[in-house]
Write a protein that binds this ligand. Structure first.
Ligand code: 5GP
Length: 117
């Protein structure tokens, strides 16, 4: 048995072991279309560094987290929704997180109610 930790779903996707529609990639992160979209645009923006949850981020991750926010904005603009989009991070199973590799949901393209469910 190897001591290698098993890859997360998103690590397998960026390694091209599992297919996905990749809409953006740079040295720090990548973005894919959600397999089960809740809006016309539903993209997952994922750091290549596989931290399980946002609350696992450490001070050294500050620049990476800021990078994700800026790239999310660029992606929303590229989708044509630069003026009306929502970013969501589910942190922990009780919040709805199902994939334990940090990701931002970029949701746009329909009226977005507040408060979210
Ligand atoms: P979470 O519930 O962890 O906040 O979000 C996980 C998201 O990943 C869900 O919106 C779900 O639809 C999406 N997802 C789960 N498995 C896959 C997959 O294999 N491919 C893609 N593209 N999205 C996935």
């Amino acid at each position: 048995m190897s001591g290698e930790p098993s890859k997360t779903l998103f690590e397998k996707i960026i390694a091209r072991e599992i297919p996905a529609t990749i809409v953006f990639e740079d040295e720090l992160c990548f973005a894919i279309r959600d397999i089960n979209p809740v809006a016309p645009t539903h993209i997952l923006l994922i750091p290549k560094k596989p931290m399980p949850r946002l609350c696992d981020a450490v001070p050294e991750d500050q620049a990476l987290l800021g990078h994700l926010m800026l790239i999310a904005t660029r992606i929303a603009e590229a989708e044509g929704y630069g003026d009306a989009y929502r970013l969501v991070v589910n942190n922990g199973a009780a919040s709805g997180q199902s994939v334990f590799h940090l990701h931002l949901h970029i949701i746009a393209g329909r009226p977005l109610k507040w408060p979210p469910g």
